[in-house]
Design a protein. Structure first.
Length: 201
């Protein structure tokens, strides 16, 4: 339903006569290079701009759009015109960007060349290898000394013979365990029973 139809229904229900003045806003149309039709009240900065379709109007997304006239329409917020530039301005900007990109590429190439120059020379490599070998020899030398010390200690310990341990089954061994935990308290029935069981008199 359209807005006018809804208002007419409301008028019929309420019973009042309300006259609506229909003011048609003239919408300016402009086409892009690709043939898309844009609609706006006027193509000025700060005005709303839409893509014209059969059903409804869609807000123009953010970006730069080339017009058939050779100008460039800049949209910074969705549906709002930021500015309209001449194509020549854009060409100048593109040239500046291309010059900047060339300068960046040149500096990157120079940095890559510098990185290539930072490779290790044969003399530096051999000196580093010799240092590493010296450190390994020191570690291995310490291990050999430790091995010799351990062997000497083993020989010393094996020289002293321990006395053999013999079991004597006839020997009397005191297997009585005397635990007196809280011996000053009064004995309960449980304590007396445990004393009889364990012969702790």
């Amino acid at each position: 339903m359209k807005a006018n139809e809804i208002l007419n229904k409301i008028k019929n229900i309420v019973g009042e006569k309300v006259e609506l003045s229909e003011e048609k806003i003239e919408m300016a149309e402009i086409t892009l290079e690709n043939g898309t039709v844009l609609v706006a009240e006027s193509f000025e900065a700060g005005k709303s701009v839409f893509i014209k379709t059969d059903d409804e109007q869609i807000a123009l997304p953010v970006g730069e759009y080339k017009l058939e006239e050779g100008k460039v329409l800049v949209v910074s917020e969705e549906g709002l015109i930021d500015s309209i530039k001449e194509a020549a301005e854009e060409a100048v900007e593109e040239e500046e960007l291309s010059e900047e990109s060339e300068e960046v590429k040149e500096t990157e190439l120079e940095e890559e060349e510098k990185e290539e120059m930072n490779y290790v020379t044969k003399e530096e490599f051999t000196s580093a290898v010799e240092e590493i070998k010296a450190m390994i020899d020191e570690k291995l030398g310490n291990k050999e000394e430790m091995k010799e010390e351990v062997i000497e200690e083993k020989e010393e310990l094996s020289a002293v013979a321990p006395e053999p341990v013999k079991h004597n089954p006839e020997a009397e061994v005191d297997n009585k365990v005397n635990f007196h935990i809280a011996s000053n308290r009064t004995a309960t029935t449980k304590d007396r029973v445990f004393d009889k069981i364990f012969n702790n008199n």
